[in-house]
Ligand binder design. Structure first.
Ligand code: ADP
Ligand code: ADP
Length: 223
């Protein structure tokens, strides 16, 4: 079965639908969610990350139902989420923060957790600053701390809201390696060239709906 299955998903703010009947089925690889500001990408990703409940429609992640509290907990253990504006604890160090996220995910072995925290921080290029206070880091570094926190424990499903935000071109291309980290990566972007460089498949969203589903090459063929 697909890692993410959505069928007729709807979310409204007041009477205006932000997500207006989304049906999709996402399997392995890096999947791009491309669309302009206001398209509904963040709202859709928040539902997939189980922080927002849909008003209507059916949603399954990893074969589990997020509407059921026990299954929701199971999903969260296997899911990493990079929110749009990650609120990091400024007084923590990157190492402490990533370790704390691992604790929340019930990784109880302290030695394993510390090794894993170092591994993900190194993989985003933060080895040198992992013991500095987060408040002293640049915006791009903070974005990478949040990315490392989402990656800890190699979750089966990674949900990334504009992960390339604040990254330089080099670090952007490094996002490719997420393919080996998690079997399914769903990432939003408003940048079509990012989709071509990073993604194996792409959904284009506009006005709350999916307007295209296919490969980046197929999408380029339309342009
Ligand atoms: P995107 O991530 O593609 O920019 P969003 O999901 O953030 O799109 O927003 C989709 C629509 O929903 C926009 O019109 C936005 O103004 C509206 N919206 C998003 N979040 C809220 C909210 N918390 N309250 C009211 N309206 C919202
Ligand atoms: P619990 O500890 O019981 O899981 P939480 O307060 O942590 O309770 O989680 C409730 C959250 O789960 C709510 O914010 C809600 O938006 C989210 N949620 C509930 N049902 C769904 C669903 N069907 N899909 C996605 N998220 C959901």
């Amino acid at each position: 079965t697909a890692t993410i299955e959505a069928d007729g998903l709807v979310k409204r703010y007041g009477s205006t639908p932000a997500v207006d009947g989304v049906t999709l089925s996402a399997g392995r690889g890096i999947i791009g969610l491309l669309g302009p500001n206001g398209a509904g990408k963040t709202t859709l990703l928040r539902m997939v990350a189980t922080v927002l409940a849909p008003d209507a429609g059916r949603l399954r992640m990893l074969g589990l139902d997020p509407a059921d509290p026990a299954q929701r907990t199971d999903i969260r253990r296997q899911l990493g989420y990079l929110p749009q504006s990650p609120g990091l604890y400024p007084g923590f160090t990157p190492f402490d923060l990533v370790d704390y996220v691992a604790v929340l995910k019930e990784h109880t072995d302290r030695d394993w957790r510390h090794e894993e925290s170092r591994r993900v921080l190194e993989s985003v290029g933060l080895a040198d600053v992992m013991h500095r206070k987060i408040r002293k880091l640049s915006g791009g570094m903070k974005q990478r701390v949040a990315l490392a926190a989402a990656m800890v424990g190699s979750p089966q499903l990674l949900v990334l809201d504009e992960p390339a935000n604040g990254l330089d071109p080099d670090q952007r291309l490094r996002l490719r390696s997420l393919k080996t980290e998690s079997s399914t990566v769903l990432m939003s972007t408003h940048n079509i060239s990012e989709v071509g460089a990073l993604c194996q498949s792409v959904y284009v969203m506009f006005d709350g709906r999916i307007r295209f589903a296919g490969t980046p090459a197929e999408l380029a063929g339309l342009a």
